[in-house]
Write a protein that binds this ligand. Structure first.
Ligand code: SF4
Length: 225
């Protein structure tokens, strides 16, 4: 099995032109259906967001001079957490997911009166959103929501009604650049999480999130403060 460092070398050597060829061949145009921003029948919306992306979104979504709180933007990745007797989450987990609203949809997703969806943080949306519905087939990278439905070389496409539509070369190249950047960032993040991880042994009703910057509380503050 390849090490994360080997996978990172592979990601750094990916040719944007080859990725763009694959994206063009699969085809994609966003229909603004909102499926990648909302809960499905079984689960809340769950998309990985890096710590620096959380901070960017805190500022981007500021109202007036007031930044959003960390918890307004991100929640602990739910995998590995349990529900305490009081109904609170507890335990240790890795990485952050975009925060969800009461319906389980991403907090940045809004629909107009005609039911047409949009992202209120569009210019600052995380790499996982910029590159949906594609991923790179390398171990150690994260996969977006939805089953993988096709693969063209190292580019994987996940369930999305926009697949199969014509895409311009410029748009395919822009998407390919973001996809390569995302694969590199995900592997750098995975390596840093692995190297910094120390078991935190959280108490009852306590959640600890391990990311590339160390162990944090649910509000994003370092555990060691
Ligand atoms: S940040 Fe924007 S693009 Fe990403 S899931 Fe939320 S609403 Fe959708």
């Amino acid at each position: 099995m390849q090490s994360l460092e080997d996978e990172l070398d592979t990601a750094r050597q990916l040719a944007v032109a080859d990725l763009a060829d694959a994206i063009e061949s699969i085809g994609f145009e966003c229909t603004r259906c909102g499926a990648c921003c909302t809960a499905d029948d079984e689960d809340d919306h769950t998309a990985t967001v890096f710590p620096d992306e959380v901070r960017d979104l805190q500022q981007a979504a500021a109202t007036g001079d007031e930044e959003r709180e960390w918890r307004d933007v991100a929640r602990p990745m739910p995998y590995g957490l349990a529900e305490s007797e009081d109904g609170d989450l507890e335990g240790e987990t890795f990485e952050w997911a975009l925060q969800t609203d009461g319906c389980g949809d991403c907090v940045f997703y809004e629909e107009d009166d005609a039911g047409r969806g949009s992202c209120v943080a569009h210019d600052d949306r995380p790499l996982i959103c910029q590159t949906y519905p594609f991923s790179i087939a390398l171990a150690g990278t994260s996969q977006p929501m939805g089953e993988a439905v096709s693969e063209e070389g190292i580019v994987r496409a996940h369930e999305c009604e926009g697949l199969g539509r014509d895409i311009s070369r410029d748009d395919a190249e822009e998407l390919a650049r973001a996809l390569k950047e995302r694969a590199i960032r995900e592997l750098e993040e995975a390596i840093a999480v692995r190297d910094r991880y120390r078991p935190a042994d959280p108490g009852p009703g306590e959640v600890v999130v391990h990311d590339s910057e160390g162990a944090k509380r649910m509000d994003g503050t370092p555990l060691e403060d």
